[in-house]
Design a protein around this ligand. Structure first.
Ligand code: HEM
Length: 524
């Protein structure tokens, strides 16, 4: 009796099984040689594939995989790896990162996942768009984030901040203090802000934390098996998910967004003539769509092709979904991390409080847009928070044409993925000495020149960087001013010594169980 006789399958099945295993091993081996044959350093293949399996089943977050690859080959400027079957170049050198993201943009202008408007309606968004269409949409949408537009938007932020303050006052009403899950509080508040700025809708997440809107947006930022399988299929071949009719997003999420955007557009049309109508992003996109429709009606042979409409309903829905999901989590997480560090560093919090008091005159209702710009120490604190906790921990690009990696003779094939592990750069002692220490002084005027270009990338770099970085900083500043001017933040018995990140999120996120801090009303 041999080993095979013990197994409950036939000899044909054994041969099939062994052939499949042999094929997989051959595939892995041949992939490993891909970089070796090109003279590019590459880490252990077995470890890499085990990690990728861990990502697929949701046990390892992507950023941990990238960090591991970065640490494996410390003496190299870049190293070869694989994202499932796709050759991937992980860049470790700040100068080369700058070159790739900025100078070589024409060869590296897209991210890995392509939109498929027919099959996945939420994918028609700025984050996923590729090529010329991305370029045109970005150009048209960028003015919505100009300082002038932000100044108008600031009024909406202040209204939301007032609600946050009222909520905090009610929490501290009895004893003057409370212990609160700041992640939960900031997530709800950010949802209200993003809902109001993006679509002019009142989510009321602070008052009603169970609101459906928040649940849906929250779901979009979570790793789950469905998403990971989709990602795997897409990396094997971008057309594969479509062929298999497999979607990354649950149908209910897509339908929810579509109906919210449709209803809000209807409401806006009805309110169009009212002076109080809000100037939110949806309104800006609707105006762009109206201009486009008018231009197409006047001139059918214009710059846009017959099927090249930029602002159709799918794009409006997709853009709203990305503004909500890309905006909500990073802002909420950054403020949570910041409050945690301020609680642990009372001297930094004190200096920040003094600055806010000096700049604003101490009255929360008097804080205006220009005051925010004068808060230079707060900027240092935010920069350091984003250094220690880069909520977007990796930047990715896909090579859209064969090109030679600058300053090398390495030919990069079309379809190769480029990975920049921001989290590793921000924690590399070569660029940031004592990286675990929270030290806003790194970003003080006299030290700013010591930061090596390409080593600090919280908002990415080059033409494809975060379109809303100024808006994000304005939101974070508004939240911090509201909290720090009137409340003292300190650790409580449940505050952890070290933060364990939530491994089920795309973004670097505080622990799933929450992050508890003590909040006391200040006396003056
Ligand atoms: C602390 C807050 C935020 C951080 C740290 C952050 C960071 C980033 C990063 C790293 C990227 C990728 C950049 C690259 O690939 O080079 C990105 C892209 C993007 N972000 Fe943000 N972001 C934040 C807030 C927001 C907000 C509030 C919105 C919208 C309301 C937003 C909308 C976008 C969009 C649409 C893109 C894609 C841009 C494009 O491909 O053209 N982000 N963000």
């Amino acid at each position: 009796m041999d080993l095979f006789d013990l197994l409950p399958i036939s000899i044909d099945s054994h041969i099939l099984l062994l052939s499949i295993i042999a094929l997989i091993l051959y595939y892995i081996y041949s992939k490993h040689n891909y970089w070796k044959n090109r003279g590019v350093a590459c880490g252990s293949t077995l470890r890499l594939w085990l990690q990728l399996f861990g990502i697929l089943i949701g046990k390892i977050p992507f950023w941990e995989w990238a960090r591991d690859q970065y640490d494996a080959l410390p003496q190299h400027k870049f190293c070869g790896t694989f994202t499932y079957g796709r050759p991937t170049l992980l860049i470790r050198d700040p100068e080369l990162i700058k070159v790739c993201l900025v100078k070589s943009f024409s060869s590296l202008h897209d991210r890995c996942s392509e939109p498929d408007p027919v099959y996945d309606q939420l994918s028609s968004n700025l984050f996923q768009m590729v090529g010329e269409k991305w370029h045109q949409v970005r150009q048209k949408v960028a003015p919505a984030f100009s300082p002038l537009k932000l100044r108008i938007m600031y009024q909406t932020l202040r209204e939301c901040a007032r609600e946050l303050d009222l909520y905090m006052q009610s929490m501290c009403a009895e004893t003057g203090e409370t212990e609160i899950c700041v992640k939960y509080l900031m997530t709800n508040y950010t949802m209200d802000v993003i809902g109001a700025c993006a679509m002019g809708i009142k989510c009321n997440a602070i008052q009603d934390p169970e609101c459906q809107f928040k649940k849906i947006v929250d779901q979009m930022m979570c790793y789950d098996l469905r998403r990971n399988v989709y990602f795997l299929l897409e990396i094997i071949s971008p057309k594969l998910p479509r062929l298999l009719r497999f979607k990354a997003i649950h149908k209910e999420v897509e339908e929810f967004f579509r109906s919210v955007v449709r209803d809000t557009m209807e409401m806006k049309k009805r309110d169009a003539n009212r002076a109080s109508a809000r100037k939110d992003f949806l309104q800006i996109l609707m105006n762009l769509r109206d201009c486009e429709q008018a231009a197409t009606a006047e001139c059918t042979t214009g710059a846009l092709e017959a099927d090249g409409t930029l602002f159709c309903e799918d794009i409006l829905v997709g853009m709203m979904s990305v503004f909500l999901s890309a905006g909500f989590e990073p802002v909420a997480c950054t403020v949570t991390f910041c409050l945690y560090e301020l609680a642990r560093h009372p001297e930094i919090q004190q200096r920040l409080h003094e600055e806010i008091k000096r700049v604003t005159g101490g009255n929360i209702d008097d804080i205006n847009y220009d005051d925010l710009r004068k808060l230079s120490y707060m900027e240092q604190v935010i920069d350091e928070t984003l250094r220690k906790y880069p909520v977007f921990p990796c930047i990715e690009r896909i090579c859209n044409e064969r090109f030679i990696l600058p300053e090398t003779s390495l030919v990069i094939e079309e379809g190769t993925i480029f990975f920049v592990p921001t989290i590793s750069l921000h924690h590399d002692p070569r660029f940031f000495p004592n990286p675990d220490e929270f030290d806003p002084n790194r970003f003080a005027e006299q030290n700013i020149d010591k930061i090596i270009p390409g080593s600090y990338l919280p908002f990415g770099d080059g033409p494809r960087c975060c379109i809303a970085s100024r808006m994000a900083i304005m939101m974070i500043k508004t939240m911090l001013t509201t909290m720090i001017l009137s409340y003292n933040i300190s650790p409580c018995a449940l505050t952890p010594e070290r933060i364990e990140f939530d491994r089920s999120r795309y973004a670097l996120s505080p622990p799933k169980a929450g992050l508890m801090l003590r909040i006391q009303k200040r006396k003056s």
